[in-house]
Design a protein around this ligand. Structure first.
Ligand code: TIU
Length: 231
C-alpha cells in the first residue's frame, strides 16, 4: 500500500508519494534578501523577494511535520574564486562584484555571513545544504547523488529568484527525470513581470517543465490524512 497524494495545480493535479518527494529551497541567502546586500547593489528591490519568506517558512514547517525531505541550496564560491567563471565575475556593471567586501562579508563567498541562509529559514541539523557555484542546483554539486540516495523522484521547488536559479534548477531537474512543482508564492523575483511569466512558462504546453500551485494547496496535501492505494 503506497500513499499517493494529490495537489490541485496548473496545468492539472500533481500526484506524489511523500517518501519520494523533497522540498528544495533555493538560495534564500542574506546576500540576495537583506537590505544593503548584493541583490540590492545590483539595483534590485529586495522587498519583492522578502514576500517569499513568510509563506515559505510555513511550507517548510509543514514539510518537516509531514516527514518530507527538506534540502537547501546556497549560491556561492570558494574564497579564491577558482570556481567562478570569469564571465560570471565580470559581466554587467554592478557596484560590487562577487568576492568584493560587502555589507555582510565578501559577496557570495562560502563561509561569509551574507552567503548563509536567512535566519527565518535556517536549516535544521541534519538537513542537506548544497553549495552550488552556478545558477542550477545540479551543476557541479552532489545534488543528483543526494536525491538518488534518498530515493527522491519529485521536487517541490521554492526560493529565489524565479527566473534565474529556480528556473535553471527546474530545467536541469526535468532533463534528469524529476517531476517538479513550483510553489508560486514561495518563489520570488526582483521583477514582477518575470515572476508572472516565469511561473506561466513552467505550466505552459501541458506542463512543459512541471506544475505550479500555491503554498496553501501544497500544505493542504502535505497535511492530508487521506491516502489512496497505489495502482
Ligand atoms: N539564486 C539566484 O537566482 N541568483 C541570482 O543571481 N539571481 C538573480 O536574479 N540575479
Amino acid at each position: 500500500m503506497t500513499a499517493v497524494q494529490y495537489i490541485p495545480a496548473q496545468p492539472g493535479e500533481f500526484s506524489f508519494e511523500p517518501s519520494t518527494l523533497a522540498l528544495l529551497v533555493i538560495d534564500m541567502q542574506r546576500d540576495f534578501l537583506l537590505p544593503g546586500g548584493f541583490g540590492e547593489s545590483l539595483g534590485n528591490d529586495v522587498g519583492l523577494l522578502r514576500t517569499v519568506i513568510e509563506p515559505l517558512a510555513g511550507l517548510i514547517a509543514a514539510a518537516r511535520a509531514a516527514g518530507i525531505t527538506v534540502i537547501h541550496t546556497r549560491e556561492g564560491h570558494l574564497p579564491d574564486l577558482s570556481d567562478c567563471p570569469p564571465a560570471k565575475l565580470l559581466r554587467g556593471s554592478p557596484s560590487q562584484r562577487i568576492g568584493d567586501p560587502g555589507a555582510f562579508g565578501r559577496i557570495l563567498v562560502r563561509g561569509e555571513y551574507g552567503h548563509d541562509i536567512i535566519d527565518e529559514l535556517a536549516p535544521l541539523d541534519g538537513e542537506v545544504v548544497i553549495d552550488k557555484p552556478g545558477k542550477g542546483a545540479f551543476y557541479a554539486t552532489e545534488l543528483s547523488d543526494v536525491l538518488a540516495r534518498k530515493g527522491i523522484s519529485s521536487l517541490l521547488v521554492t526560493g529565489v529568484t524565479t527566473e534565474v536559479c529556480v528556473h535553471t534548477t527546474v530545467r536541469e531537474a526535468n532533463d534528469r527525470g524529476f517531476e517538479c512543482l513550483v510553489v508560486s508564492d514561495c518563489v520570488g523575483s526582483y521583477f514582477p513581470e518575470f515572476q508572472r511569466v516565469g511561473l506561466e512558462m513552467i505550466a505552459a504546453q501541458g506542463g512543459i517543465f512541471g506544475w505550479v500551485a500555491d503554498s496553501a494547496a501544497v500544505i493542504g496535501a502535505l497535511t492530508a490524512t487521506v491516502s489512496t492505494p497505489a495502482q
